[in-house]
Design a protein around this ligand. Structure first.
Ligand code: KG4
Ligand code: ZN
Length: 343
């Protein structure tokens, strides 16, 4: 089944073509035929964050050229597509409507099914687009700009929430801290680059909720601690402060993820979402998990942040079970992952 995936929930337009008929015997190991991405980051950088109206308008400009591009790159035509998956939520309502409207209209014109995909399900299943995908069950650490959650995943759509952030998301904490340190938007990659040049042991920042005995997180206090430190030390110490922040945030993420695995007797941990691109997190998690007999699975680096491939993949799982198809549609700017239907 050839599935076109369309992502437009925030500041990246992603389109991909995924073929579910693949496997070891096929020349297509992962099933991903082509993917294309346009990032609006430069446009929003002037404003220090995403401007929803500008995001929607830019998605309109990009979505069809990107679709033509993935079709051309994979040597396929519209007539070859069997189904269309689009991000239905959570995200910015106007931005979501662009992808949903385009996907539904195209599916209607081609007389094929379309399915709305949960953005975080896309992230969470993205490590499965691999030659060596993890088997179910696994624990998933979802760390994006808007969400920080630990989930027990026993199948597609079988998600149990173990814990989540009570305030800021991990990516949001990276972004806000980066802003305090005078770095651009989104701050995660810039902060992590600066942290690599700093001394993480010079300042000690709090590890919020490290010993709370549950799988919840809190990052807003950490951001306040950084603000206090910046006021006291000045921006000349930015590299050491960045390193201290990253060490604190990563330690909490690593310890809670491993505790969630122990609690669920899981031997596989999947990390997904933009913060999953963080090198320090990857190094520490892989090392400490290995010491406990836990294997860690990451998406390809380019699929940590928003992309169309993860939406095509998650949509293909649902379309294969005949989900999707009716012609009405509504986007869901707010949507709980644990309420999804199992396939
Ligand atoms: O998953 P994503 O692309 O978008 C959402 O669905 O939110 O995640 C974006 C977030 C941003 O907050 C960004 O700063 C963060 O991921 N991020 C990073 C890194 N790369 C992206 N945070 C820390 N280290 C990185 N290398
Ligand atoms: Zn995302």
């Amino acid at each position: 089944m050839l599935v076109l995936g369309v992502e437009s929930s925030c500041d990246e337009t992603g389109v991909a073509l995924y073929d579910s008929a693949h496997g070891p015997s096929s020349s297509l190991r992962t099933g991903l035929l082509a993917h294309a991405l346009y990032s609006q980051i430069a446009m929003h950088n002037d404003y220090g964050g995403v401007v929803p109206e500008l995001a929607s308008r830019d998605h309109i400009r990009r979505v069809l050229p990107l679709t033509r591009q993935v079709l051309a790159e994979s040597g396929r035509t519209l007539a070859d597509i069997d189904g269309i998956a689009y991000t239905q939520g959570p995200g910015l309502a106007g931005a979501l409507l662009v992808g949903a409207g385009m996907a539904r209209a195209l599916a209607f014109a081609l007389n094929i099914p379309a399915v709305g995909v949960h953005h975080l399900e896309g992230h969470m299943l993205s490590p499965l687009i691999s030659d060596t995908p993890p088997e179910f069950p696994f624990v998933a650490l979802l760390v994006s700009g808007g969400h920080t959650q630990l989930m027990l995943v026993s199948g597609v759509g079988r998600y149990t929430l173990l814990g989540e952030t009570l305030d800021d998301a991990a990516g949001e904490a990276f972004d806000k801290t980066a802003q305090l340190l005078g770095l651009g938007y989104p701050g995660g990659p810039a902060l992590s680059k600066l942290a690599a040049t700093g001394d993480a042991s010079r300042f000690t920042l709090p590890r919020p909720m490290l010993n709370s005995g549950d799988f919840d997180f809190s990052f807003s206090g950490l951001k306040t601690a950084v603000l206090t430190l910046v006021r006291k030390q000045g921006l000349e110490q930015a590299a050491d402060i960045a390193a201290a922040f990253q060490a604190a945030a990563v330690e909490v993420l690593v310890r809670k993820s491993l505790a969630a695995c122990a609690h669920s007797s899981a031997t596989r941990l999947v990390v997904a979402g933009g913060v999953g691109a963080n090198t320090h997190l990857r190094e520490r998690l892989t090392r400490e998990a290995a010491a406990r007999g836990i294997s860690v699975f990451y998406p390809r680096l380019e699929f940590c942040t928003d992309n169309g491939a993860m939406i095509a993949y998650a949509g293909a799982q649902r379309l294969a079970h005949a989900q999707g198809g009716d012609l009405t549609f509504a986007v869901k700017p707010r949507w709980e992952l644990a309420t999804l239907d199992a396939v």
